[in-house]
Write a protein that binds this ligand. Structure first.
Ligand code: ZN
Length: 347
């Protein structure tokens, strides 16, 4: 098999390492550069470091040294802060990433002012970190943007404005889920693929090749505790999901973990719909556009699913602020379209 065949004609690559996959992907795409490959590998490396800390978090809690000092006498940071610093440190090493915007920090972090540093990275270092204490899956979410969308290099430091671009401009997006196993799911231009971490080898291996969201699913995920705050379309839509259909098939199953990464991961693999709509208390929704909604909207569209704010495609929203929130409904294409119809009808 030649590495230069276009990806779609290649035989299955199940079992290859993430690094090999990324490298082969680059060889198949004439526009891909060594820098982009190297950046994706850096993100994968950061994921391994965070995974190893997450795995020991229970132990750290049990031994009571979180929030205090560890055996070396160093202050032990909270895990989400630690994950944030780890990812920034790794991204700062090879000068591919000019700047990063993270959910943990108010302002953009400039990592390289060199004009040849071509990429911007957005990330949520540890989504669902409050679930650590109860041993529930948490995750890391990331997206990669080109620093120079128009292609011309500029002799200036990257700024916050450089990040205020719609999600459709993402070059790649992915997430890592620290669940019963650690998995990295990546969309980098040719479908969506899942890699499972083998801790005995220290590598991610391709385990879920070419993930496609089923066109319709059996479950829905929404925080029912907010039901009194929902608008009429959302209320009517959820009621319709619970109703048995005309053939007597029971209503949909409700699933809710409360960690975006976990709920979205299940929805990506099994189909169905995940919703965090706007409500009377959160008029712009709860989730962050740059670090949460956009990477997942990108992944779902790349896997044949859909993502809407209720007012339109998530990936078309032009951000006004770094930490902007947005309503998010994503999942199987037909299920998302059905939600959209309730919104358009007004309930
Ligand atoms: Zn988050």
């Amino acid at each position: 098999m030649s590495l230069y065949e276009p990806p779609s004609t290649r035989p299955s690559r199940l079992g290859v390492t993430l690094e090999t996959y990324i490298l082969e992907g680059m060889l198949g795409q004439p526009h891909a550069t060594g820098a982009f490959t190297s950046l994706l590998n850096q993100l994968a490396f950061a994921a391994k470091l965070v995974a190893s800390k997450v795995r020991r978090a229970g132990l750290a809690n049990a031994l009571g040294y979180t929030g205090a000092t560890n055996v070396q006498g160093e202050a032990v940071q909270k895990l989400d802060e630690d994950a944030n610093q780890t990812i920034l440190r790794v991204l700062g090493r090879r000068h591919h990433c000019a700047a990063a915007a993270t959910e943990e920090e108010e302002h953009v972090r400039v990592l390289s002012e060199h004009p040849s540093s071509k990429y911007l990275v957005v990330f949520d270092p540890l989504d669902g970190s409050s679930n650590i204490d109860v041993n529930i899956s948490i995750g890391t979410i990331f997206g990669v943007l080109h620093r120079y969308p128009e292609g011309k290099r500029e002799e200036r430091a990257p700024t916050e404005e450089d990040f205020l671009r719609p999600g459709r401009e993402l070059l790649a997006a992915g997430y890592v889920i620290y669940g019963s196993s650690t998995m990295l799911v990546l969309a980098s231009g040719e479908g969506v693929h899942g890699f499972t971490y083998d801790p005995t080898v220290g590598e991610f291996f391709l385990s879920h090749e070419n993930i496609r969201v089923p066109p319709r699913g059996d479950s829905y995920a929404i925080n029912e505790g907010n039901a009194d705050l929902w608008d009429a379309p959302t209320r009517d839509w959820v009621a319709s999901l619970k109703r048995p259909n005309s053939e007597g098939k029971r209503g949909r199953t409700m699933r809710w973990v409360g960690t975006l990464v976990a709920d979205a991961h299940r929805t990506l693999l099994r189909g169905g719909v995940f919703a965090y709509p706007a409500d009377a208390q959160n008029r712009d929704g709860r989730l962050r556009l740059l670090y949460e909604a956009n990477p997942f909207a990108f992944l779902f569209e790349a896997a044949g699913g859909a993502a809407t704010t209720g007012q339109g495609r998530v990936l078309d929203v032009v951000p006004e602020r770094l930490h902007q929130r947005v309503p998010l409904v994503l999942g199987s294409r037909l299920d998302v379209e059905e939600y959209q119809r309730f919104v358009e009808r007004g309930g």
